[in-house]
Design a protein around this ligand. Structure first.
Ligand SMILES: Nc1ncnc2c1ncn2[C@@H]1O[C@H](COP(=O)(O)OP(=O)(O)OP(=O)(O)O)[C@@H](O)[C@H]1O
Ligand SMILES: CC(=O)C(=O)O
Ligand SMILES: [K+]
Ligand SMILES: [Mg+2]
Length: 586
């Protein structure tokens, strides 16, 4: 049995909804709202033979990034295309989770791991993918382009060979002031009362004792005796006691671990000194070269550090569009400066998503203001339908210890409770001793809090504001809002969204329904990008404009893989045909 609601506007190409009742076999040419009567009964599962075993092993790839397929790869692609109708791609981890836990218990919060020396090997990356990593982040502050290239290629190989859909995110260095790389050491300990030299001099060979190089030439001129110098937003603190030419002598007042290329800020009379930072470009010339590298290697997202206004985001988006990767690479604005908080709405409107980069943010605003800023950023992103990532120090103690602190678990829980789209590991996965355990903690805490939400039936009380500008966009929004509401009220097992560019899937995700959202899309790149958004289980599937045949095909493919069963209740929406259908899987 299926019931459907369909919308059609004159501006859209009229579509036929193929219904058994011939009454409806005609295009709708005016705005109409119809509830199809119960007559629209069975959607027959098409008897596509042999979809089971062949489809589960078959993965179709669109080459992502540069270069044509090698001759031996070409034949594989050709075979895949010819049997394309039988193929559906879904992440192997998600497939296992669905089978094990059932629909309701799949994880909705997405997980990002920063890749570093602790996790850059193929097996280490595979372990993270198995552990639920949805996005691999590459911080261009560290490592060479060759190092990052190897990681990106390993992730691609994992996706191709093992059926994962891990997306890659390149995070720019930005031109804020930071320390040098400690001459190869992984860290240096600074003790209370020690005097350290911060200098703009470069070292030829090894780093002199208690000496740190600084990335910014104007450093010695700009600081004053009495200023407070904060490393990594206050993980270590110094007071400037003397200036001698290019060298600045500083007394350690809060001891701690100095990490390579850590961010530096200085404070005077209780305020951040930021005149100089305001003059530094958000995207430096080195960043532009990194961006070119990211385009060539086919990264899925570029996260821009220290965004100050929407202008730089618009600039980068035009740059990407001019290189024909406009829709293929998502631009994420990192909110980690006072300016980015001031211009928050315009920045988020311009971007494809945002990151609450609490590390640097906590160095620019008083720490006690960070939680409220996080809540505000998450809310604004949700209202504007942009995915939001909560990042930094979620499980900081796990860099050294195998279990998190209670406070860290509470912090992760709060980010999940706010229903941010994604949580990000930094040092925990990049250079920590327990990257897999840290990921497991994120995963289990996410699952637990999500379950609590559903059990408590905490439906949203505040309605989501309309965001679309055109009438057709508004209809899509209303369809998705209604589909999500119906899904909750009827207790359906899943919402199915058929979407070419992913927009309709994000609109359903924005409503944070109780059930998982199966997002079917035609390209592997859109599928990977959807991996950043709350509750979306992205599938790659080729589909037509004929919803009945799409549904038949999907039911048949998913049933043969044991991912759904007869009787499951499903709501389907699509961006080709603005409709909502409610049905039991035949
Ligand atoms: N590619 C890498 N190579 C070596 N070390 C890395 C790499 N990526 C991260 N690290 C290490 O992990 C630590 C945490 O990494 P991360 O990239 O998350 O820093 P962050 O301070 O959160 O980011 P940002 O510099 O963008 O503010 C770094 O201080 C560094 O020591
Ligand atoms: C992630 C990052 O850049 C920060 O927290 O500062
Ligand atoms: K960075
Ligand atoms: Mg930062």
């Amino acid at each position: 049995m299926s019931q459907s609601i369909q919308f059609s506007t004159p501006s859209r190409t009229p579509h036929l909804l193929h219904l058994p009742n011939s009454r409806f076999h005609r295009p709708l040419t005016s705005l109409s709202f119809r509830q199809f009567p119960l007559k629209y009964t069975s959607i027959r599962a098409s008897s596509s033979p042999d979809l089971g075993s062949s489809s589960s092993s078959q993965v179709l790839h669109s080459p992502n990034g540069t270069g044509a397929a090698k001759p031996e790869e070409r034949s594989v692609v050709a075979t895949a295309v010819s049997t394309d109708t039988a193929a559906i791609d879904v992440d192997t981890v998600t497939e296992a989770e669905l089978k094990e836990n059932g629909f309701r218990s799949t994880r909705r919060t997405k997980l990002i791991c920063t890749i570093g020396p602790a996790t850059c090997g193929f097996e280490q990356l595979e372990a993270l993918a198995e552990g639920g990593m949805n996005v691999a982040r590459l911080n261009m502050c560290h490592g060479t382009r060759e190092w990052h290239r190897d990681v990106i290629r390993s992730v691609r190989k994992l996706n191709e060979e093992k059926g994962f859909a891990v997306a890659t995110m390149m995070d720019t260095e930005g031109s804020e002031i930071h320390m040098g790389d400690l001459g190869g050491e992984s860290s240096a300990k600074s003790e209370d009362g020690e005097v350290w030299t911060f200098t703009v001099r470069a070292f030829d060979s090894s780093r002199p004792a208690r000496t740190i190089s600084v990335s910014y030439d104007g450093f010695a001129e700009d600081v004053r005796v009495g200023d407070e110098l904060l490393v990594d937003g206050g993980m270590v603190r110094f007071e400037v006691i003397e200036k001698i030419g290019p060298d600045v002598k500083c007394l350690c007042t809060d001891p701690g671990l100095l990490l390579p290329r850590a961010n530096l800020t200085f404070w005077r009379d209780g305020s951040l000194v930021r005149e100089r930072n305001a003059m530094l470009p958000t995207i430096s010339s080195k960043d532009w070269l990194d961006i070119d590298f990211g385009i060539a290697e086919g990264v899925d997202f570029i996260a821009v550090s220290f965004v100050k206004s929407a202008e730089v985001i618009n600039h980068l988006k035009s740059y990407l569009a001019a290189r024909s990767c406009g829709g293929d690479i998502g631009v994420i604005a990192k909110i980690e400066s006072i300016d980015s908080l001031t211009n928050l709405e315009e920045i988020i409107i311009a971007s494809d998503g945002a990151m609450v980069a609490r590390g640097d943010l906590g160095a620019q605003i008083p720490l006690e203001q960070v939680p409220a800023a996080q809540q505000r950023i998450v809310k604004v992103c949700r209202a504007l339908n942009k995915p939001v990532i909560v990042a930094s120090q979620l499980l900081e103690s796990m860099i050294e210890y195998p279990t998190p602190t209670r406070a860290e678990v509470a912090d992760v829980s709060e980010a999940v409770r706010q229903r941010s789209d994604a949580l990000m590991l930094s040092g925990e996965s990049a250079m920590g001793q327990f990257p897999d355990k840290a990921l497991t903690v994120l995963r289990s805490v996410s699952l637990r809090i999500e379950r609590w939400w559903r059990e408590e039936k905490r439906y949203e009380s505040t309605p989501l504001q309309p965001i679309g500008s055109g009438f057709s966009d508004r209809i899509s929004e209303e369809i998705c809002n209604s589909a999500a509401k119906m899904a909750n009220n009827l207790g359906v097992d899943a919402v199915f969204v058929y979407t070419k560019d992913g927009h309709m899937a994000s609109l359903v995700s924005r409503c944070r329904p109780d059930c998982p959202i199966f997002a079917f899309t035609t390209t592997t790149s859109v599928r990977r990008r959807l991996n950043l958004q709350w509750g979306l289980i992205p599938f790659r599937l080729s589909f037509s404009e004929d919803m009945e045949s799409n549904l038949n095909k999907t039911f048949s493919l998913l049933k043969s893989r044991g991912m759904i069963k007869s009787g499951d209740l499903v709501i389907a929406v699509s961006d080709m045909l603005q409709s909502i259908q409610v049905m039991n899987v035949p």
